[in-house]
Design a protein around this ligand. Structure first.
Ligand SMILES: Cc1ncc(C[n+]2csc(CCOP(=O)(O)OP(=O)(O)O)c2C)c(N)n1
Length: 648
């Protein structure tokens, strides 16, 4: 039989919409689950993706679609990285191969993509709030569909999830919350709630074990019954030790579980029953992250979000040199923490992603994984810093968005010398608009007292980190890109930087390129391209957005007719804006200033390199911006922004 014929026979190939799942016999569902796993594995091994979370919820997804009337009933997936099976059974099977690729399916639920995605996600902890809002709107409008939020035990460490549960208990609308408990966030789940879920689960196992023993004893002829009686009396004292779900019951939910999340029949029976009930319901489901693929079951953290890998062995295709910014950051922090006992590190559930694994192993008492709780991370750091420690909050640019007020009110207003290491600043690529780090310069630049910088390469990242730890006058943030460093040598002895000072890397009379962070090397390459056309360009590694190197920029702009600022951030309110504001307030002769960055739109997903090119942040794009600015500079004076806006 050819592979084609085998494929043709798949049940999955007949699933064009959830109604097709609902038409199946229950006994066909395990086979469909198997086929879905195969499909997810085939696509992820070729192109990467959130493999382990998605493999873990295949049965859960099928049971939900089997029991509920989607799209009339609404599923809200928390984070949304586990929604691959959902995508496969909701009319996106044929495009599934394009997952996370340019122009292809998003890696997350997306309203624009499907009517089966009533709420987009990517950031954790939002599902219960959104679902509750929808349930409330439904009731106020007199409608009667069901709303189901599916949230992980990791997601439950987000304060926002509890704010929502608290409110749901009060509102008492019909709402179903499914807790997908795999004991994992990306790494092991942390905190008291996770321990609580764990106790429920262990209690459940103990209870089942007790039932089995009881049955066994009862069957012993003659003495069985009396032994059981004594044992039961002795056990009385243990009663109440584990009352499943009491926490959720106290919050106003009816609790059901824990259920085996890979047992489709149990899931279906439960969902069919709870569907008929009124008020907020919580169904606690136990799943195995990475289920069905041994390498992912063994290493669910590594296979949480993974690049290409060899399917037969689970070997991940990795090119280890040069090291990533994240790796250099992690190693340098260990080095500096060794010399300075005040250094502590905080992550919001991302020890792997932010490069803190080695730090955690070396300094377990100085490492805090506080769960998916960015707001808490920031204010916790504020407290640590005010009492003399040097906390480094290692966080993705996109996730710090959530803690904006904490940065303003708890860190900067208190002048608490917290260090923010913002990983994934700029274009991140395949994860798309929920994860692009394109707003940080704008959302941080205007906050008083916060020093804001970006290294041009991994060696400068080391210098920035060392400088940050020495700087005690107030808070400081720096952002660096996702991916490999520039491959520059790393100085053994780290030298400190002077706050507020940039550096001139190349001099030329025709135009001035003020570059920041990841755009510095491409700007140097652009200058080399322009030189071939006889255009001489000065290139500055600006390093600082706050404080801006006004002295350097002031002097250089007096000698250049055309200035181009370059940043991997939205132009609105970013580095270029800072330069413009400075030049305008300084007064005097204004050069023509053109700001190259990203327009204030949500950036789609696609490979980092492709997106950089599309937004003209590659050497050719930067060179073109300089050429255009020079042409316009000869015809008229003023300022312009790439991405439509032209400020004059
Ligand atoms: C606000 C926010 N912080 C951090 C992340 C990064 N992140 C993505 S998935 C995840 C773990 C989620 O754990 P859980 O909800 O249990 O889902 P699982 O992956 O175990 O299925 C984290 C921390 C995020 N998406 N959003």
């Amino acid at each position: 039989m050819t592979e084609r014929q085998v494929t043709k026979r798949r049940i999955l190939d007949r699933i064009d919409a959830p109604e097709d799942v609902r038409r199946l016999e229950r006994q066909d569902l395990p086979r469909l689950a198997q086929e879905i796993r195969e499909e997810i594995l085939a696509v992820c091994s070729e192109a990467g993706g959130h493999l382990a979370p998605s493999l873990g919820v295949v049965e859960l997804t099928l049971a939900l679609h089997y029991c509920f009337d989607t799209p009339r009933d609404k599923f809200i997936w928390d984070v949304g990285h586990q929604a691959y099976a959902h995508k496969l059974v909701t009319g996106r099977r044929k495009q599934f191969k394009t997952l996370r690729q340019e122009g292809g399916l998003s890696g997350f639920p997306r309203r624009e993509e499907s009517i089966y995605d009533p709420f987009g996600s990517g950031h954790s902890g939002t599902s219960v709030s959104a679902a509750l809002g929808m349930a409330e709107a439904r009731d106020l409008r007199g409608d009667d569909y069901k709303v189901v939020a599916i949230i992980g035990d990791g997601g439950l460490t987000a304060g926002m999830a509890f704010e929502a549960l608290n409110c749901a208990g009060e509102l008492q609308r019909d709402l179903i919350v499914v807790v997908n408990d795999n004991e994992m966030s990306i790494s092991k789940s942390v905190g008291a709630v996770s321990a609580y879920l764990n106790r429920i689960m262990t209690g459940h196992r103990v209870n089942r074990f007790r039932e089995d023993i009881k049955k066994f004893l009862e069957e012993i002829p003659g003495i069985g019954k009396s032994v059981v009686k004594i044992a039961t009396q002795a056990e009385e004292s243990l009663k109440g030790l584990v009352v499943p779900g009491i926490l959720f019951e106290e919050l106003g939910f009816q609790y059901f579980g824990p259920l085996d999340g890979h047992h489709i029949d149990h899931l279906i029976d439960t969902f069919r029953n709870v569907k008929k009930l009124k008020g907020p319901i919580l169904v606690h489901v136990l799943t195995k992250k990475g289920k069905g693929y041994p390498p992912a079951e063994a290493n669910p953290d590594i296979f949480h979000g993974v690049g290409r890998f060899e399917r037969s062995t689970g070997r991940i295709h990795e090119n280890s040199s040069p090291p990533t910014y994240t790796q250099v950051f992690g190693k340098t922090l260990v080095e500096l923490a060794q010399a300075d006992k005040r250094v502590v590190a905080i992550t919001a559930a991302m020890p792997l992603g932010t490069g803190l694994v080695e730090f955690a192993a070396r300094f377990p008492d100085r490492f805090y994984d506080i769960g998916i709780a960015e707001q808490h991370a920031v204010t916790f750091a504020a407290g640590l810093a005010l009492e003399g420690l040097r906390p480094v909050v290692a966080i993705y640019s996109t996730f710090l968005q959530r803690a904006y007020d904490q940065v303003v009110h708890d860190v900067c207003l208190q002048r608490s010398p917290v260090i923010f290491a913002l990983d994934r600043g700029g274009i991140v690529g395949e994860d798309g608009p929920t994860h692009q780090g394109l707003f940080d310069l704008s959302y941080l630049r205007h906050i008083p007292r916060l020093v804001l910088m970006a290294p041009k390469d991994e060696n400068e990242l080391r210098r920035i980190l060392a400088t940050a730890i020495q700087y005690e006058d107030g808070p400081l943030a720096f952002r660096y890109p996702r991916g490999k460093g520039e491959g520059v040598p790393l100085d053994k002895e780290i030298t400190l930087l002077e706050i507020g000072k940039g550096e001139v890397l190349r001099e030329g009379a025709d135009a001035l390129l003020l570059a920041l962070g990841s755009t510095v090397y491409p700007s140097l390459e652009a200058a080399a391209l322009l030189e071939q056309d006889g255009i001489q360009v000065t290139v500055v590694n600006s390093r600082f957005v706050v404080p801006l190197d006004e002295e350097l920029i002031g002097t250089l702009t007096r000698h250049h007719r055309v200035v181009v600022t370059v940043e991997e951030n939205v132009v609105a309110g970013g580095f270029g804006s800072a330069v413009l504001e400075f030049l305008h307030t300084r007064g005097g002769r204004l050069p023509r200033v053109s700001c190259l960055g990203v327009p204030a739109r949500f950036m789609e997903h696609g490979p980092q390199g492709v997106l950089r090119k599309r937004y003209r942040l590659d050497p050719e794009g930067i060179a073109q911006q300089v050429r255009t600015a020079l042409q316009q500079g000869t015809s008229h004076r003023g300022t312009s922004h790439h991405g439509k806006a032209t400020a004059r």
